[in-house]
Design a protein around this ligand. Sequence first.
Ligand SMILES: [Zn+2]
Length: 174
Amino acid sequence: MERGARGLLVCSVVLVACGGSETFSVHDTAIVVRTNAPFAQSADLPVRVESTISAALSYWGGNWDDLRGLTIALESERHVPCHGVPGAVGCYEGREMQVSTSETATRPWRCVEQTVLVHEIGHAVIGDSNHTDPRWMDFGAVAARLQGRRGYGPVADEPCDLFPSVWQHVRGTR
Ligand SMILES: [Zn+2]
């Protein structure tokens, strides 16, 4: 998968005023933005989502066809409802995926790369809801590929530091 300028060409942005959410598509995957996290308001969000998912797909041995028809919602709340799992920060179920954009109850992540998106992409590619694959506890290759990017705070840029522990399988993450 080419990166950089090529990413701009494959991301068609369609802004839909619908209950305060915006929707755009990356390849044939719909991205719904239901958060006011500064990174999600940035013009580079489609390119960042595309390249983050591309890195995750490479890690999991998948490709964009695995995500065709999927809807990914970026949610403002710290926890998302997921099969009754308390404290879930992400969820994948069939053709819908939810990803929290909050690090804490009061602090959003500074970039989409920090969220559990790369974890949830794994479920879309390999399933494995019980997290038996050893790759759930690694993610070093993804961090190496995505580190050093620009992050966004409430008033100014902040580092987009990556923490593989966020992506690894932990209690409450699906
Ligand atoms: Zn999981």
